[in-house]
Design a binder for this molecule. Sequence first.
Ligand code: F0G
Length: 454
Amino acid sequence: MSSPSATAPGVRQGDFRFRCIACAQLSEQASQDFRCAQCGDLLEIIYPSWQQERPDAAQLKAAWRDRKLSSSPADQSGVWRFRDLLPRIDSEQDAITLREGNTPLYELPRCARTTGIPRLFGKHQGMNPTGSFKDAGMTVAATFARRAGFRWVACASTGNTSASMAAYAARGGLRSLVLVPEGKISWSKLSQALDYGAVTCQLRTDFDGCLRLLQQLVLRAPVYQLNSINPFRLEGQKTLALELLEQLDWNAPDHIIVPGGNLGNSSAIGKALVEMRDLGLISKLPRLSVIQAEGANALVRTLREAAGKRLVSVAAETRATAIRIGNPASWKKAAHVLEATSGACEQVSEMEIAQAKAEIGAEGIGCEPASAVTLAGLKKLIQQGFVKQDETVVLVLTGNLLKDPDFTIDFHRGDMFKGGAGVSGEVDALRHPPLVLDATLDAVMRTLEQSEKS
Ligand code: F0G
């Protein structure tokens, strides 16, 4: 077993600055709302030392590989293993970690056949400790919350952020405050926040209303905000892309497709891709595309109706509750990474989401509805000729199937699309409703025979 290395040899780990995404003002400190003191726009984290002395790509890759053999908690984390490209912590023991990351990259052979894209993969972030991609960002941001001396952390959420934040706060000895829209998040996600000990407030508003309130709260009370406006979250979420590229032996795929809600994740992945290209870790930039639900399509409309210059917000409605967001905070960052990577932005219907989710389920993997927009969006991008048959495509599956059982059960029972209007034979064939039978061998044998024929 090789010993854990603090940093890759020859690499100065993560001395960082905050930089405003609009006016480029640099600062060493960020205010409680993570907005630029000069112009009020969002901040990002940059590493000035990379300009003076570019980290060596081969040394980084070797250090990341070696750390897989180490038993230190930071090295076993699929996030902190890549700490050379993250903000610096003084000691590995400072990291609040649940051994997040390390998520599988699955081949999707059935979906490959139906879409006609032979090299199709799913990077399953739903296999993280709390069941969503949020853990990769939360381990970093919760660590910096504790380092900054905060006792309370808080977030507004459609469910996954709150589940993740509550878990990392509990592990790190912090108190957590959750603001969620009442009746609009799944019980599974709510139950996680409760179990991990968060003070959980169900507010009579939507996600956007919760986030607005949180941003006022952090300016009045000593709570550290852990929404993806917090740039430490995005630094952690960058590691999804690092790990993915490592799993592909540093051969960049042609396309990475990601769901879009508050647009933090797409921004983080895009930032990672550009940094990897600039550091010589990859030689080609994949195209990063963002898919939204038709009923929560603020970025789609922002790009189509306002050429990405101002946000077109919407009153969001979709059963993919994780992305039921009408006023995405990180829209500018997302628009920027779409431009930088020449990616596309598309929207998909509720029926297309349900179908795609069942198709991913039929792979024996499953995901939550918000994650399934990626497959539904891929089908559209193929039709448009944006994705070609011989290209490699990675779908980012953001959440676990178990996150939203009501959606899955309603679909399979046929309760989702009332009266079955508009349900095609193709969609209907994906349903596997539960059967209620008499407890006799005969009844079960008959069912087996009938199922064999169908
Ligand atoms: N997929 C899932 C499963 C999510 O939970 C979210 C966001 C997204 C996709 C969209 O990611 O916001 O970075 O564009 N969930 C947040 C939450 C908003 O509060 O859990 P995004």
